[in-house]
Design a protein around this ligand. Structure first.
Ligand SMILES: Nc1ncnc2c1ncn2[C@@H]1O[C@H](COP(=O)(O)OP(=O)(O)OP(=O)(O)O)[C@@H](O)[C@H]1O
Length: 228
């Protein structure tokens, strides 16, 4: 079964057709890059997959069912969305601990995910003083809290320094190698090229390309040809 399935998915906001009859699948054990120009409908699609936006028509499923029908969503899918908001007065650890308790997860998970995203040293600082890259790491820690098999990431590289980018690439690659699934939207093609197995390209809400990442060739060139 596909980890994520999008079937004839559409979303209109008033007169704007943000997503238009979009269909694709994302398979386990892959890093799938979700690409498209500004305003193509990537974030809206990811939000529909995660049950945050109701489709005008069509379906989006995770492990075969709509997000809202997942029995324990936090242990199935983790998400990092654009402009993730954290309470500025809380520390990273307190933030994760509150989520952990609410979700009924084992207490060891907080230290584990802080370590996974290399945030242990800053765990007891207030999020108010975090850099953008540190916030991205905390957002990823939040997504990993339930040890999900599927990660949905919207522009996760935003704000990461070069070392952070390299770390994220290695992390996502290893995650997929465990048979897990990563769907990641990004504009940083040179970064994603190194780890993407599959590529989905959309424009104006519709599918332009879905298939293996062009091996040996330049993803940026390929993307510009497809979208040009
Ligand atoms: N809540 C909303 N209300 C009205 N229009 C919206 C809303 N959300 C998205 N849109 C519109 O839907 C279209 C797709 O937007 P979306 O954010 O999904 O694109 P995107 O591919 O993620 O873009 P970017 O790469 O710039 O982040 C755009 O025209 C946008 O203005």
């Amino acid at each position: 079964m596909s980890a994520i399935g999008v079937t004839h998915l559409s979303k209109s906001f008033g007169g704007v057709r943000a997503v238009d009859d979009l269909s694709f699948t994302v398979e386990p054990g892959t890093v799938t890059a979700f690409l498209g120009p500004n305003g193509a409908g990537k974030t809206t699609t990811l939000r529909m997959i995660l049950g945050l936006v109701t489709p005008t028509s069509g379906t989006a499923t995770i492990d075969g069912v709509p997000y809202r029908e997942l029995v324990r969503p936090i242990t199935t899918v983790g998400a990092v969305l654009e402009a993730t908001a954290f309470h500025p007065g809380l520390t990273a650890r307190t933030h994760l601990e509150a989520l952990r308790v609410a979700a009924g997860l084992a207490s060891a998970r907080v230290a584990h995910v802080l370590d996974q995203v290399d945030l242990t040293a800053a765990a007891d600082r207030r999020v108010r003083g975090f850099s953008l890259g540190m916030r991205q790491r905390l957002a990823l820690a939040t997504a990993l809290l339930g040890d999900p098999d599927i990660l949905v990431l919207d522009e996760p590289a935003n704000g990461l320094d070069p070392a952070g980018m390299r770390w994220l690439r290695g992390f996502l690659r290893a995650y997929a190698h465990q048979g897990r699934t990563v769907l990641v939207s990004t504009h940083v093609l040179t970064e994603i090229q190194q780890i993407a197995d599959q590529v989905i390209i959309i424009s104006a809400g519709g599918l332009l390309f879905s298939g293996p990442s062009p091996a040996g060739s330049d993803l940026e060139e390929f993307y510009l040809e497809v979208t040009g």
